[in-house]
Design a protein around this ligand. Sequence first.
Ligand code: UTP
Length: 476
Amino acid sequence: MESTKTALLRSFALAGQSNVFQFFDQLDVSDQECLLSQAETVDLAEVNSLVEEHVFGDHSGPGNLTSLEPAPYQARPENGGDASKWEVASAAGAAAIRAGRVAAFSVAGGQGTRLGYNGPKGTYPVTPLTGKSLFQVFAEKITRTSERFKVNIPWFILTSEINNDAIISAFEESNFFGLSRDSVHFIVQGLVPAVDFKGKMILSEKGKIAMTPDGHGGSLRALVRSGATKIMREKGIDVVSYFQIDNPIVQCIDPAFIGFHLIGNSELSSKMVQKEYALEKVGHFCVQNGNNVVVEYSDMPEAMQKEVNADGSLRFNGGSVAIHIFDRDYIERIGGSTEGSKLPFHRADKKIPYVNELGAIIHPEVPNGVKFEMFVFDALPMARNPVIIEAAREDDFSPVKNATGIDSPKTCKEDQLRMFARWLKAAGEYIQTDDSGLPMITFEISHLFAADESDFISQWGALDSKPEITDGFIIE
Ligand code: UTP
């Protein structure tokens, strides 16, 4: 330990971060060892450049916004898109799934602070009747899609060092939700130290550096570093279907989306939804200097968010919902890059509990430090032939972000119920709903029965006798 200690103390001092070891002599031996092994994981060169750029530097924002144009997208047939193109894309996507070229990839490494749930977000009970967890919902969709296309679809899950053990335990306890163990791959994402406004690393305890996950954009380098892209290559997988763990209604393996991606020879494809109102808090798909980008609502002037076309529709109407298809080689190019095309970090000022000079842990009332994160959509401008397709919000996007209000467990349960009712109606059944499409009864469709609407229609149609849908009924 002595030589490691000397070397680390020296390199941290050289980097101006010797404060990390200010309580070292007060720690017992095992806490000293923990601090040293945590310090070994810190990329000091990366921290230095982040501090230079984002804490001391004049980090430029999203660039010149006056040249922004709305990004073109493939409209849905019901909104004027070419139905035959969607059919061709669905067939192409289905063929790729059947050929075993597709993997599911969920990012679940976040801290879920807004939800305020004690545990990894993926274990949050989310379905309206049986309270299945987010992980179970996706496991069932993947199981059903594998069955439907007669293939084994692997599932890669991004965790972080903070929640990886708890996530693996949740899978163990539930027998991997019926999936075969060797088709589930956990990828641990990197952590980055948080710093104070003077650029000094923050201690969360006397012997612990405050570190946070490196953002969903960190998923790309985690896939490469962990060897996951190598596994994909060995399995013949080149299409990676990316979604977030908090959105249970996402069509996690969508044939039409995959088809458009492949036909477009795209390195990175995205789904957009029409914004519901001008100032909706979503990122906007735009073109900047000839490249597709996502501009956060917080970076786009309100007047621009409200601009309308001649017909009164919103000019910047394309909202980003964090649903993408990645080409595996593109992940290797971006995630394996040491410079040039690697993703930028963003700064977020946060309230970060810290140890003061007396050794007491303080929970600040106002932001006292900086957290660094990469965003996955920053991979867009560097992608060749990026494709954007329109998604129906009600079939793809209802995330659980907040404990109450917008994007909460309540809104998500209701959106699932509306979706189940729509599926039944599309299959020719009668079900009483209110004006918003919300059924009068609570029932559930297991995703082991159907993964999406077209699947439900064929599954339901194949039933010899149709059950009566009553309050509390589960279609499974
Ligand atoms: P959010 O930006 O909503 O963050 O992540 P969050 O951590 O879930 O929640 P808050 O902001 O603390 O309330 C969107 C998706 O990206 C994943 C999350 O797990 C979620 O699926 N994510 C986020 C990561 O995998 N790693 C990260 O470092 C950040």
